[in-house]
Design a protein around this ligand. Structure first.
Ligand code: 5RP
Length: 219
């Protein structure tokens, strides 16, 4: 395991503390979350089940014998655990490196508590070095790309990638994200955009960072 993976695993393990007994757990997507799913398997008899943000996470949860419920059948998700591509000190995030941003944002919205797990390399002063993923309806891709250029970004089509929802992804480089929530709201208004990978209007509630000196928790 790489040192970075060890930090991801530490953070993921620490998130178990936030899982209430008898609850339905919201589960994100990515390599850090994979460590969380593996840790969750150790307490699977203490939870009711999970709701999942991607086909990949669903598969891993089921392989561990954890029941995955349809989100439409669930009204109460006490905790959602997910990773991030970048986080700032306000726990505003860039997500979607794995392309699961839409379902991630839906579960984050429903969850009472959003616990973000990451290794310390994900913490940045200002969001935007990581290209901002945006899920778009295929027919709107070029139109949206032109709008993003007007905003100063350089959108790159994630060629060959189709989201779990049948859509496409633009990864937007070099955007100056001075006011994350404002930009998120602005982009949300463009028809054809399904989801913006900025999680700023609804940031995480808790950030668990795996660091070389142990776990660092921010709220
Ligand atoms: C997937 C995501 C992931 O949370 C993000 O890409 C971080 O992934 P990893 O834990 O592998 O570093 O948003 O859509």
């Amino acid at each position: 395991m790489t040192p970075q993976d060890q930090l991801k695993q530490q953070a993921a393990q620490a998130a178990l503390e936030y899982v209430p007994a008898g609850s339905i757990v919201g589960v994100g997507t990515g390599s850090t979350v994979n460590f969380f799913i593996d840790a969750l398997a150790g307490i699977k008899n203490q939870i009711e089940g999970a709701v999942s943000s991607s086909e990949a996470s669903t598969k891993r949860l089921r392989a561990h014998g954890i029941e995955v419920l349809d989100l439409n059948a669930v009204s109460d998700v006490p905790v959602y655990v997910d990773g991030a591509d970048e986080t700032n000190a306000h726990l505003q995030l860039i997500k979607g490196g794995g392309g699961a941003l839409t379902r991630e944002k839906i579960i984050a919205q429903l969850a009472k508590k959003f616990v973000c797990v990451a290794d310390e390399s994900k913490m940045v002063q200002r969001l935007g070095k990581f290209p901002l993923p945006i899920e778009v309806i295929p027919m709107a891709r070029s139109m949206i790309a032109r709008e993003l250029v007007k905003l100063g970004g350089q959108p790159v089509y994630r060629d060959g990638f189709v989201t779990d929802n049948g859509n496409q992804i633009l990864d937007v480089h070099n955007l100056e994200i001075m006011e994350p929530a404002k930009l998120e709201a602005e982009l949300n208004n463009l028809p054809g955009i399904v989801t913006v990978g900025l999680f700023a209007i609804r940031p995480a509630d808790v950030l668990i960072l795996g660091t070389a000196n142990g776990i660092r928790t921010l709220t």
